[in-house]
Design a protein around this ligand. Sequence first.
Ligand code: NAD
Length: 338
Amino acid sequence: MTARVAINGYGTVGKRLADAVAAQDDMEVVGVTKTRPTFEVHTALARGYRLYAAAREHLAAFEEADMPVDGTLGDLLGEADIVLDGTPQGSGYKAAYDKAGVKAVWQGGESHALTGLSFNAYANYEAARGVDRLRVPSCNTTGLIRTLYPLLSRFAVENVNAVMIRRAADPWDTKRGPINAIVPELRVPSHHGPDVQTVLKDLNIQTLAVKVPTTMMHLHAVTADLDAPIQPEDVLDVWKETPRIRFVQGADGITSTAQIMELARDLRRPRGDLFEIAVWEDGVHVRDRTLYYYQAVHQEADVVPENVDAIRAMTGLEREKEESIRKTDLSLGIPTVF
Ligand code: NAD
């Protein structure tokens, strides 16, 4: 069986999702939608993706730009088993997907309530088997779940405090800021803590967040209180068996997010993407029963493999999470642990 996958919203996340789906041998991209004939349309067509206007009113703009469109979203949904929604938060396509009878995956800008299921491949793949809709939580939430879920599975974690130092905008985005300020999120907890709890329901977690003028990655400073003393090696051993965590070392010259992004480019990752969460191995410390660590999240990329696994779980392409994660990671050049 091959899953026929539509991508609605071919932007920062949507174009990465399309390429990741195209790299799977059990899935195909049946088409992508755009609202406007911007430069991404040329690369979408060059990659062989069929192009659809998000709605009828956008058709004329594509015709005027002499860009071949195969129809509208409605036509595309008619050819798909499942749609990955990469549209901006609140675009409101639920009724359209329901009407077309396609399964749907939303991204982290949407609320948990929209789907009732938030997904992380390693943490709750089983819950997604056969379901019609789910949400892959945001880049920050996915990053926290990647390192916290394995800790929860192996240790008694009493409490987690995490500070999110967030990138202001994606690299292409000239409209957002700040460009010369640090902006604290004054609500405590920031939305990230409750969002983590949509997947890790029993975790006691508080989060704070600040926005800083960078486009390269988010950085998390995390403190976890366990119920008994541990050693850093105990934690590192657990993470070494966990998918989608990559260790980096300050001692190797990786002292900031800038070198991590350079590493991703050196690895010849598509678009310089780092799909894994980068954890500073020499930044993992323990005092008695409290664990301290830093991790960096490539905001544009970390949710991509989760979307691919969501397709397998929802469509029944693969029953076992380890097998889906292994397939996805092999296809994207991520070192495998299974
Ligand atoms: P984006 O603005 O880069 O891309 C959105 C795309 O959707 C654009 O191509 C736009 O033309 C298109 N679009 C706009 N309105 C549309 C409509 N009504 N119908 C169809 N297409 C429409 O946005 P993004 O950053 O890729 O975000 C998409 C989702 O992914 C959001 O939920 C966001 O919160 C989430 N997300 C973003 C990031 C990130 O770092 N950018 C990371 C993780 C999750």
